[in-house]
Write a protein that binds this ligand. Structure first.
Ligand SMILES: O=P(O)(O)OC[C@H]1O[C@H](OP(=O)(O)OP(=O)(O)O)[C@H](O)[C@@H]1O
Ligand SMILES: Nc1ncnc2[nH]cnc12
Length: 174
């Protein structure tokens, strides 16, 4: 039986020198890998009460949507700036490579909603930290943050102190 780490393809020096790119398409192209990844994240949510999955564009959509569907929860996209048509709140952040800005529809979250944030990977933690800020700025409570992969060497988890954070697999380095 293969493990999730057996499906991830690691590409050195992509998209720039020094980055080891952890490619999830190796998981998705195999039906067993795809099922295993969704099942593993779903296991993390057992016993967690929540209203909606927040999926982070774009790879967080891939893993977040099937889970929202399976558990009969809402799915709310957190998108890169300029894509959402209604009124938004937005946050800027730094990436392992470059900077970016994400946003969410303001009226999609209401005070008191409990949300789970799902993404494929945490590197520096900048993206997920920005997503937490957006959710909380609208009064939502982040009850769980789940990743397929964690690059522990980049210490992104340190930005999430006090939150319930779990990853299917952890790479000790970058
Ligand atoms: O922890 P961080 O340093 O913030 O990096 C992690 C984020 O970077 C990647 O997304 P990216 O912005 O490359 O977008 P994509 O999913 O559309 O490829 C990844 O899917 C995470 O969302
Ligand atoms: N090393 C990495 N591999 C894949 N996606 C990433 N996003 C940020 N860092 C990444």
């Amino acid at each position: 039986m293969k493990r999730i780490e057996d499906y991830v393809i690691s590409i050195p020096d992509f998209p720039e020198p020094g980055i080891i790119f952890r490619d999830i398409t190796g998981i998705l192209r195999d039906a067993d890998g795809l099922k295993l990844s969704i099942d593993k994240i779903q296991e993390m949510l057992e016993g967690v009460e929540f209203d909606a999955v927040l999926g982070l564009e774009s790879r967080g959509f891939i893993f977040g949507m099937p889970i929202a569907y399976n558990l009969h929860k809402a799915f709310i996209p957190v998108r890169k700036k300029g894509k959402l048509p209604r009124e938004t709140v937005s946050a800027k952040y730094d990436l392992e490579y470059g900077t970016a800005e994400i946003e969410i529809h303001k009226e999609d979250l209401r005070p008191g909603m409990k949300v789970v944030i799902i993404d494929d990977l945490i590197a520096t933690g900048g993206t997920v930290e920005a997503a937490v800020k957006l959710a909380e700025s609208l009064g939502a409570e982040v009850v769980k943050i789940a990743f397929v992969m964690e690059l522990a060497g980049l210490k992104g988890r340190e930005r999430l102190a006090g939150y319930d954070v779990e990853s299917v697999i952890t790479y000790e380095g970058k």
